[in-house]
Structure formats: C-alpha cells, structure tokens
Design a protein around this ligand. Structure first.
Ligand SMILES: Cc1cc2nc3c(=O)[nH]c(=O)nc-3n(C[C@H](O)[C@H](O)[C@H](O)COP(=O)(O)OP(=O)(O)OC[C@H]3O[C@@H](n4cnc5c(N)ncnc54)[C@H](O)[C@@H]3O)c2cc1C
Length: 305
C-alpha cells in the first residue's frame, strides 16, 4: 500500500479497457486489475465480431488487443491480480487482491461474466477432455468428428454453425421445440445438412474414459432417453455474472450488480460497468459505453466529495 488512487478498475474486458482509456484522458490516477494474463475478457473467446462499429468482421482476439493497445498508448497502468473483496470502512476504499491491497477513492467493477455450467455428471470430470464452453476456441480440435451443442440462444446457434464447418456431424440439443436465437441465424442453421436438431431434450450425463464418448439426453415430453455417440460437447446455456467478490457490498438482482446507465451502485463511490451490471443488452458496444459512463460518474463523485 502507499499511493491512493482516484479509481481502481477491476477487469480488463471491453468495459474495463474503455474505462481505462477515459480515465487516462481525464488525467485520473487509475489502475486496472486483471486476473488473466491477457486483456479482452469474453471478446477473446469470440471467433469473429461483426457488430462493433468501424471494424467489420474482426477476430475477437484482435479486437481485444486493439482495445488494450489503445489503453497502453495513453499510459494506462495494469496489474495482474485477482480481486477478492472491497473494504469500504472509512473514506478510502481498500481493494483486496490475492497478491496485494490497493487504496482508492472510487472503484469501477467491470468483472463481466462467465459461462454457465450444466451441472450434470461427467461435465466437470471431462472438462477440457471433450467438454468445452467455447466453440471458437476449441472447435478446431474436433475436425471431422461428431459434436453436440447444448442451448437454444444466439451463441448456441452460432456455435453449431461454426462447428458444422469443421465437424462431420453436429447435434443441437435444446429443451424446447423452437430456438430462441435470431431468425437469420436459425435460417442459416436449418440449411446445414450435417446439423441435427434434438428438440425437447435436456442433457442427463456425459460419459467417457478420459475423453468424451457419449452424451445421454432425455426428452422432457416423452421422458425417453437417447444416447448420442460423439467426441465433443459444447455448452452454450448462458452466462453468470462475476459478482461473487462483491456480495453484501452492493445490491444485486439475480447475481447482477444493480446499476443504471450512470453505473452507480447502492454503495457510494463504487460503480459497475459492462456485463456484470443489470441491463437489457450485454454486448461489446454497451460494455464500452458503460466504461465511458462510469468514468464520467467517477469524475462527478470526486468533484462532489
Ligand atoms: C462466445 C461469445 C461470443 C460473443 N460475441 C459477441 C459479438 O459478436 N458481439 C458483441 O458485441 N458481443 C459479443 N459477446 C458478448 C461480449 O463479449 C460481452 O458483452 C463483453 O465482453 C462484456 O464486456 P465486460 O468488460 O463487461 O466483461 P468481460 O468481457 O467478461 O471481461 C471481464 C474481465 O474481468 C476479469 N475479472 C473477472 N473477475 C475478476 C476479479 N475478481 N479480479 C480481476 N479481474 C477479474 C476477467 O478476467 C475479464 O478479463 C460474446 C460473448 C461470448 C462469450
């Protein structure tokens, strides 16, 4: 400890990196704490981003690097550490990390979200041995093989379309009899000959000896079970906010930190930006907009204090 920062930004996904850029331009004494070796957050696991203005069809990794390079070029400070909790007694807040504790006047929580798990037998044991949460990251390992995607939203459909280019066959297992994802994606999916929809079905267990060999699904209407012989299971059933370190500190709703467009939380001087906060649309463009808004709120808070 020693120095007291104007703002500590937790997380270096799009929200945290946008906040870092705005903080540097506002000449705030800021530091970004990121637990991963690489910045970019969820964007890193995105094969292609085609809806961020100005950079059509860019690889997710490349976009993440561009954001980070922009922040670096303005002189933003980064440390690699994991935030465990924030202590708010007294005027100065303490951001407690695994390695060190940082003192600051304000905090922006931009910890984003992570993959939701299925919670079925075999998932944990075979994770990394055929069970994956990122088709764009791991799809290439399944060239010519048979895989299944679990889910029915945009990400599940995108994953199935992506895998269909590489795999011999792709099952899409969905608990309902229609998909939730965008109609344009559905049209593309239904046109693919090597994709088989497994409707009204939920995964029961994943089997295999040190590698995935079988997915057992059960039909929610008929209760019949079916065994799918395959080598890969891609889980795309949504995301969970990374908000556990802040439980009891700020108000939450279904695990998301309650905050509006100004990113202000129930705790004065603590702001939440990006996927971790309550909002209607979780995308890169809304995350970076939060980063900008959060710094504006930080500046206002510091002036008023
Ligand atoms: C497969 C996939 C495809 C997607 N495709 C698109 C797309 O095409 N277009 C689009 O606009 N959006 C897309 N998204 C959504 C988009 O990636 C997210 O909305 C966006 O990344 C959210 O940014 P964020 O900064 O809020 O959080 P994140 O990107 O989740 O970043 C959070 C960061 O915080 C760090 N962190 C978490 N906890 C701690 C801690 N305790 N201490 C320190 N650091 C911590 C994490 O390591 C991470 O780097 C996609 C998401 C996924 C998963």
């Amino acid at each position: 400890m020693g120095e007291i920062y104007d703002v500590v930004i937790i997380g270096s996904g799009p929200a945290g990196l946008a906040a870092a850029i705005y903080a540097e331009r506002a000449e705030l004494n800021a530091i970004v704490i990121e637990k991963n070796v690489v910045s970019g957050g969820q964007v890193l696991t995105t094969y292609e981003v085609d809806n961020y203005p100005g950079v059509r069809g860019i690889g997710g990794y490349d976009l993440g690097m561009k954001f980070r390079e922009h922040a670096d070029s303005l002189g933003a400070d980064f440390v690699e550490d994991e935030v465990l909790c924030i202590e708010t007694e007294g005027k100065v807040k303490k951001v407690v990390c695994a390695g060190q504790t940082y003192e600051t006047k304000t905090v922006i929580i931009a910890t984003g979200a992570g993959h939701r798990k299925l919670g079925i037998p075999g998932e944990e044991e075979l994770s990394g041995m055929g069970v994956s949460y990122c088709a764009t990251c791991d799809g290439a390992f399944f060239r010519g093989k048979t895989t299944a995607v679990i889910g029915g939203g945009d990400v599940a459909i995108e994953d199935a379309i992506f895998l269909a280019r590489l795999c011999k066959k792709v099952y899409l297992v969905h608990r309902r009899d229609e998909l939730r994802g965008a109609k344009s994606l559905q049209k593309k999916l239904f046109s693919l000959e090597n994709v088989e929809l497994v409707w009204d079905s939920v995964p029961e267990r994943i089997e295999g000896e040190n590698k995935v060999e079988k997915l057992v699904v059960s039909n929610v209407k008929t209760k019949e079970t079916k065994e799918l012989e395959l080598q890969g299971v891609f889980v795309a059933v949504g995301i969970n906010p990374n908000s556990a370190p802040f439980e009891g500190l700020v108000e939450m709703e279904n695990g998301y930190i309650k905050a509006g467009e100004d990113c202000a939380t129930s705790c004065p001087g603590i702001f939440a930006a990006g996927d971790v906060r309550t909002k209607g649309l979780r995308q890169i463009v809304t995350a970076v907009s939060d980063g900008a808004n959060a710094i504006t709120s930080v500046e206002r808070y510091l002036t008023e204090e």
